[in-house]
Design a protein around this ligand. Structure first.
Ligand code: GLP
Length: 262
């Protein structure tokens, strides 16, 4: 480790003139070192014991500082191999005016899209699914849930519901849902998307490999066929540190409505 990096372990004790708790000082020093690029993504930190010796503080103090930094996503801990500076996310810029699929979006950026299947099956519909997909209470619904990955980075969790009339066999979906719909002439041509901010829960955080409670985007997409029939109702959780959604805005004409619910 360089001299500059070693500096992050030098902290000032109360008796030497600083009142700040030791773990907060240590935490701030490490945070500053990451921000200034003194240590970079993927760099390993010394062991808890070594940091305690270098900083002349207890291991409990080191543990508390490190745990806080893991919680805020600055450091990551891998069992058996230690503590590292978290990898930097390359943000993906996503247009809000084009109806594209995850597979298309990643291909356009030269990334490889893959998925881990969380579920694909046929279920009795929920009240939301009945209402949005226009199902009768006796009809079943197809559900396709996936963890979406770009290269090796988990980007989003997508839980799609579709009427069995357009997707009679969800098990037949391969790597792309929209490709499967295209094959049967049911690829959507229009969609309404609602985006809101959430703090991610424990189960989804584990899948996306982000700290519990971190800022994410909840995205609901309702897609339509040219006939106006709703084809897809998808609820997704996107990593907040991975996406920038971009929309082009134009001055509204005098007759156009401002806002209001869709
Ligand atoms: C996007 C949308 C989803 C849609 C998916 C289809 O990610 N947010 O609503 O279901 O694309 O992607 P693919 O065809 O790669 O499965």
């Amino acid at each position: 480790m360089s001299d500059a990096a070693e500096q992050m372990f030098s902290i000032v004790k109360a008796s030497e003139g600083s009142g700040a708790p030791l773990y907060l000082q240590l935490k701030k020093n490490i945070e500053d070192a990451v921000q200034r690029g003194v240590i970079g993504p993927g760099d390993a930190l010394p062991s808890e014991r070594d940091i305690a010796l270098k900083a002349d503080v207890s291991r409990v103090t080191v543990r508390k500082a490190v745990q806080d930094l893991v919680k805020s996503g600055i450091l990551v801990q891998r069992h058996g191999s230690g503590t590292f500076v978290a990898p930097r996310m390359e943000r993906v810029e996503q247009s809000l005016s084009r109806l594209t699929s995850f597979t298309d979006d990643m291909a356009r950026r030269g990334m490889t899209a893959s998925s881990v299947w969380l579920d694909k099956g046929v279920y009795p519909p929920s009240p939301d699914e009945i209402m949005i997909l226009g199902l009768s209470a006796k009809e079943m619904v197809a559900r396709v849930s996936r963890l979406r990955i770009a290269n090796d980075t988990p980007m989003a969790i997508e839980r799609a519901s579709l009427s069995l009339t357009v997707l009679p066999d969800p098990a037949a979906v391969g790597s792309s849902l929209y490709n499967a719909l295209e094959m049967t002439g049911h690829r959507p041509v229009r969609a309404v998307q609602r985006i809101s901010a959430i703090n991610i829960g424990a189960a989804d955080a584990k899948l996306l490999d982000v700290p519990v409670g971190s800022a994410c985007l909840h995205i609901e997409r309702i897609s339509y066929l040219a006939s106006g029939k709703v084809i897809e109702f998808t609820r997704s959780v996107y990593r907040g540190d991975a996406y920038d959604f971009v929309a082009e805005l134009r001055l509204a004409g005098p007759s156009e409505d401002f806002g209001g619910k869709t």
